[in-house]
Design a protein around this ligand. Structure first.
Ligand SMILES: NC(=O)c1ccc[n+]([C@@H]2O[C@H](COP(=O)([O-])OP(=O)(O)OC[C@H]3O[C@@H](n4cnc5c(N)ncnc54)[C@H](OP(=O)(O)O)[C@@H]3O)[C@@H](O)[C@H]2O)c1
Length: 258
């Protein structure tokens, strides 16, 4: 039976993944900032016969993330998989997104991933096994209009993950990066709150359950890159071959204020 640690599991992709993996028999250590929402997810897991350890922790706080990982290890005995999922977005041109907002995006999306990986990778190294899964975005492979600030943090996650993956090759430790497309979660409400207005995307969509299923498959059969919406891999290939042409495609898919 696997022990899985997930950040940002009080909602959306993290919640769906926690429930999906628990249903498959995994024990889940889950963190987020909202205690009531975390407890609801833990209760759902227990009601389905699974085991859950909910811990209130903010991914931007390195000490809290270390304490979360230490507690999960102490209570569960070992960690097999860690999923760096917590994140949020802000919509807008570079002129619209101030330095404080940019910093906040970096703190949650990139430093949150770094803080989690930094606490977990030494445990994986000690055991000579483990699986680090980083939830980036298709915007971490290819910039999307008006999502530049968010996209930059998602590319930063990829740089860290690719380097780690190459460092850890043949160590028994896997590193996977997940590239979801637009997914029906609270992400858009949160983004509206930070951006000051609502937006709508025209590109492909998927459900949080689709992403959770893709993550479950990569735990069973580790892959370097995971595209829960399979055709999105084509965008990444096309961008490598013809980035100027790809600008026109992503412009059509770009988010627009409602
Ligand atoms: N939805 C999409 O279209 C989409 C597409 C591609 C990639 N993604 C990525 O998928 C990941 C999950 O997003 P989602 O769509 O599931 O959004 P969501 O429904 O808004 O969920 C975000 C989760 O992150 C947690 N979180 C946010 N800030 C945190 C912090 N500082 N410390 C700890 N937890 C924090 C939230 O919990 P609390 O508020 O309780 O802390 C929540 O559980 C993100 O990394 C996002 O960039 C989303």
């Amino acid at each position: 039976m696997l022990n899985v640690l997930i950040t940002g599991a009080s909602a959306g992709i993290g919640r769906a993944t926690a429930i999906r993996l628990a249903t498959g028999g995994a024990t889940i250590a889950l963190c987020a900032r909202r205690a009531d929402r975390l407890d609801q997810v833990a209760a759902e897991i227990r009601a389905a016969g699974g085991e859950a350890l909910p811990v209130v922790a903010d991914v931007t706080n390195a000490a809290e993330m270390q304490a979360f990982v230490d507690r999960a290890l102490a209570q569960l005995g070992r960690l097999d998989v860690a999923i760096c999922n917590a994140g949020f977005g802000i919509y807008g041109t570079i002129e619209m997104i101030g330095a404080e907002q940019m910093q906040r995006l970096l703190d949650v999306n990139f430093m949150g991933t770094y803080n989690t990986a930094r606490a977990v990778v030494p445990l994986f190294r000690q055991r000579g096994r483990g699986h680090l899964i980083i939830v980036s975005s298709i915007a971490g492979k290819r910039g999307i209009p008006y999502m530049g600030a968010y996209s930059a943090t998602k590319f930063a996650q990829v740089g860290l993950a690719e380097s780690l993956r190459a460092e850890l090759e043949e160590s028994g430790i896997h590193v996977s990066i997940v590239f979801p497309v637009s997914t029906d979660t609270e992400f858009f409400e949160v983004m509206t709150g930070h951006s000051g207005f609502a937006t709508r995307a025209a590109g492909p969509r998927q459900t949080a359950a689709d992403v959770a299923d893709a993550i479950a498959r990569t735990i069973a059969r580790p892959a370097a890159e995971v595209y829960p919406y399979r055709k999105a891999r084509g965008l990444s290939v096309l961008n490598a071959l013809a980035p100027g042409f790809t600008d026109r495609i992503v412009k059509r898919w770009g988010r627009r204020p409602i």
